[in-house]
Ligand binder design. Structure first.
Ligand code: FE
Length: 336
């Protein structure tokens, strides 16, 4: 009797251990509202529970570092390749060898050492006010430095990582001296002080305060999405795909990596693979009006209405590697 009891207690504790191992714990800088429906769908499909802790990327990475081998986190989700590169550089992530992930996610959207993978694409391109400027007058980010745009350009602050990544990619492809000259030209052409966020910048273009600006398209999508469908075409801001005749529009990612000390590494990989799948990609990209990272998946209807575009295919890692150089360059150029 005693022996039988001991055995079933052992079986129970093994079962409990198994159930716990089946839980995947995620640290996410993407908000709950965005990722919760996704993880609920995963749990419904697989029975695997996903625990999430959300915070800004800085505190999450500091927490992962402080927790070290004791961290409960199996996966880190964040936006911007610069942040993912940083996490990898801090030794917080581990390489994942998954054919599913390398098949689903194009090479430029993931780490060459497989420590992180893009899950959605965010394009940073031009918007303009069609009553002030014609689309045909626009071409490349570089061209926005031309004196013909004097007093017409609006930019968000250089403190935002999105602009640091854009400039880092320009350094990677054109070198520092040329990039610095371009950034100085941008500063000379500013219509007004830099903006604290992309939404305010879009509103300033709509109001005619600036003729042209550079923003992430999902902010534009959110503004359009709030308008009645029949009012969207009349909104006085249009989108222009930058650098289509040269190296392609600058893109960035939101993405994920398995933590270095993941207790449930297999579970984290399985969840990441699912997130890269066609079903999850629709849920994930559409919710925030981003582009799916998996090229087999179509973007949301409104997002698709901006037409297909050529992405810059430079590897995302460069945004991290050259972030420091970009920050210094923008400071030298007087880009606030
Ligand atoms: Fe954003």
């Amino acid at each position: 009797m005693m022996k039988k009891f001991a055995l079933s207690a052992l079986a129970l504790s093994l079962l409990a251990g198994f159930a716990q191992a089946e839980t995947v714990t995620v640290y996410s800088s993407r908000n709950e509202q965005l990722i919760k429906p996704l993880f609920d769908a995963y749990t419904k499909e697989t029975g695997i529970e996903v625990k999430v802790l959300t915070d800004k990327e800085g505190p999450l990475m500091a927490r992962l570092q402080a927790e070290g081998a004791n961290t409960p986190a199996d996966m880190l989700i964040t936006v911007d390749a610069g942040n993912l590169w940083q996490a990898s550089n801090m030794g917080l992530l581990k390489a994942v060898n998954s054919k599913t992930l390398t098949d689903n996610i194009p090479a430029h959207l993931r780490d060459a050492r497989n420590q992180w993978f893009g899950l959605s694409v965010r394009a940073r391109t031009m918007i303009y006010n069609p009553s002030l400027i014609k689309g045909e007058q626009l071409s490349n980010y570089e061209d926005l430095a031309d004196p013909k745009f004097k007093g017409k350009l609006c930019l968000r602050t250089s403190k935002k990582v999105y602009n640091q990544s854009l400039v880092a990619m320009m350094i990677a492809q054109q070198g520092e001296p040329k990039t610095e000259k371009i950034v100085r030209g941008w500063v000379d052409n500013l219509a007004t002080d830099v903006f604290p966020d992309d939404t305010k910048l879009i509103e300033a273009v709509a109001a005619g305060q600036c003729a042209v600006g550079v923003v992430n398209t999902y902010y534009f999508g959110r503004i359009l999405d709030k308008l009645p469908a029949d009012k969207r075409a009349a909104y006085p801001v249009k989108l222009f795909w930058a650098n289509q005749k040269t190296n392609g529009t600058h893109v960035n990612i939101s993405g994920a990596g398995v933590t270095r000390y993941a207790k449930n590494e297999a579970g984290a990989v399985k969840l990441m693979e699912w997130l890269s799948s066609e079903k999850a990609q629709n849920l994930y990209a559409d919710k925030d009006m981003e582009f799916p990272a998996n090229p087999k998946v179509k973007a949301d209807v409104l997002v698709s209405s901006w037409g297909p575009f050529k992405q810059n295919l430079i590897n995302m890692s460069k945004a991290g590697e050259l972030q420091g150089a970009a920050v210094k360059l923008m400071d030298r150029a007087g880009y606030k």
